[in-house]
Design a protein. Sequence first.
Length: 612
Amino acid sequence: MPIKYIPYDKTPVKGQALLNNITRSQRVLSYKDNDKVYERIQRGIPYYELNEIESVGESSDNLVIRGECLSACAYLKENDIKIDLVYIDPPFASGADYAKKVYIRKNPKLADKIKKAEEKMEMDELIAFEEKMYGDIWSKEDYLNWMYENLMAIKEVMSDRASIYVHLDWHIGHYVKILMDEVFGEENFINDIVWCYSGGGISKKALPRKHDNIFFYTKKSKEPHTSSLFFPPMKQYSQTGSGRRSDGSKYNLEDETPQNDWWIDIPTENTQSKTNTGYATQKPEALLQRIIKTSSTENMVVCDFFGGSGVTAKVANDLGRKFIHCDIGINSIQTARDRLKEVNASFKILEVQDGLNLFRNPIQTMDKLSSMIDGLNTARAVGINSFWFGTIINSKYGTIPVYIPDLRDSTKKVLDIVAINEIINKEIHNFDNFNGEIKKVVIYYVDIVDKEEIERFIKDNNQTIIDVELKDLKSVLDFVVVDDIVNFSLDEEKIFYEVTINSFYSDRLKQKIDEYNSKRLLTSKGKVIDISKDGLELIEYISLDSTNDNGIWKSDSEIKIDKNGYISIDGKKTKEFWNGIITSTAKPKRLKIRNIAGDEIIQNFLILRNRN
Ligand SMILES: C[S@@+](CC[C@H](N)C(=O)[O-])C[C@H]1O[C@@H](n2cnc3c(N)ncnc32)[C@H](O)[C@@H]1O
C-alpha cells in the first residue's frame, strides 16, 4: 500500500478544450445503495517509501530514481524538492515494443587468445540476443489517461519559474498538446518545437515522417524570471565548432541558442557515435544541450522522469545543473548510472518501494507472469474481451477469466473500490450472455486498498452468480526471480586485495539463451550461443564495496566490460580485456555482479580473514 495519496491540485484552467473520451484519473465513484447515491474515492499521487540503494561520488542532491514517474513526483512533493526544468521523452504510443541487444562478453580465460586473433580479425563477431525494455502499445484512451495523471503530478513539483518540454511525435503528440493546454493553460504554451532529422526507413504510403514535436510550456509564463530564460539573447552560430548542419557547414553547439522553432541541425543518435549507449530511443546530447541552455541556468534542477539512457542527467551535469533521472526500467538506471559515473558525477540512487519487485521492467514482468500462473492461456477465448489477461480451464469451474493489472499503467496497480466496482458492474456483466458458463473470475492485484472492505463490497454488489476471487500478484512474482550464483576467491597476500571470479551461473540468462538457441535451430539461422562452463562471459559489471557491509552500496572499485570486451575501470575506458580479477586498495566487504541483461547480485565477504 502507498503510505498515502498526495492530492493533485485540481484547480481547473478555465476555457480549455477537453478531450471528452478520457476519464482523467480523478475518479469519483458514484454508486447506489438502498436508493441513496454515494460518491467516494478521489485518488491522488500514490506516495511509497523510497530506499537509497547506492551513493556515487561525493554527497549530493542529484538523484537517480528507479520507479514510475508518478512515484518520483510523490517523493519530490513530499520532500519539497522543486524542479526548474522538466524534459520528458515518454513512450510515444508507437505501437512497438523496444528491445535492447544483450551482448555476450569475451571470456577472460580466453581473452589473450582473442587479443591475438583480433589483430587479424575485424570486431564484427559479436554475439547478441534481444531483451524487451519497454512496451509502447496502448489504446489512445489509456495512454491519455495515463499521461494526464503524469502531467498533473509533474506540474505539482515544478517551481514557479519552471519550464517543461514534452517530446512526442505524430502518433499521439497532437492529443497530448490539448491535454497540456488543459493542465498547464494555453497562455503558458511557448512553442511547438519541430526537431527534423534524416535517416531511418521511408514509408511508401506517406510522405516520410521525419520530425518529432517538442511541446514547450512554462508553469507561469508571466514570472519575470522564466521569461528572461526562454528569450535568451540571440547569438550567432559559430562556424568553427563540432556540429554539422544538414547543408554540411559546421557550427559550435556550445555557443548556440535557438533562433527558430524548427531544428534541422541536430542529427539523431547513431550506433557509431561515441555517446551511444545502445539504449533504444536514445536522444542526442546536442538536443538536450539546446533545451537545457535555453531554459535553465547553472545550479537549477533539471529533471527527466522518463530518463532512458540518462542523456538529460548527463548533459545537465556537464552544464553545471543539478539533475534528477527517473525511469521504471533497470537497464535505464544502470545505463544512466554508468554514464554519469564516467563523467565523475555525484548522485544517489533511490528505489521506489511500491511492493512490486519488477523483473527488470514491467513488460518483462508481464511476459514472465503469463508463464508463471498455472494453466494460464493468454490467447483470448471467443467473447472474452481485452480487459482479461487470459483464461484458465478448470475441471470444476470450466473457463475462468483472469484479470492482471497492466503493470505499465500505475492507475491500474491498486485495486480499490473504484476498480472492483467497474469489474463487478461492467466487466462481469459481459458474461451474462454466456448462459452461465462462466462461474468464476480471478482478479490479481499488486496493491489493494482494504481487502476486507473490497470483499464486502463484492458480496453486497455482485448481482451475478459469478464468483470473484482476489489474488495477490506478488505471491506469483516471488517465484519469478532466481538469483544468479557466483563463485569467487579473495587473495589478501598481494599489494592490493585481489578478488578472482571463478565462475558465474545465471538461471535467468540460461533460460533466455536456451530459448534463443532453440529458435535458431528451428529456423536454422546461423550460430547458436555456446556458453563456457565458467560462464564469465555473462558478466557485464563487477564492483567492490569496502565501505559498507550492508545497506547503501558504495562502489570503491569497479570494472565494466563493454560489448567488445574492453573494460572501464572506475568509469575510465581502457583498451584492455578483463582478466577475471578485480582489485581494491581497501579490504572489500561486499561484491556486486551484474549480468549482461542487468540482473544484479550482492555477496558479502563473510569468510574474510583479518589481515593482521
Ligand atoms: C523514449 S524512452 C526515453 C529515452 C531517453 N530520452 C533517452 O534519450 O535515452 C522512454 C522511457 O520511459 C520509461 N518509462 C516508461 N513508463 C514509465 C513510467 N511510468 N515512469 C517512468 N519511466 C517510464 C521507459 O523505461 C523508457 O526508458
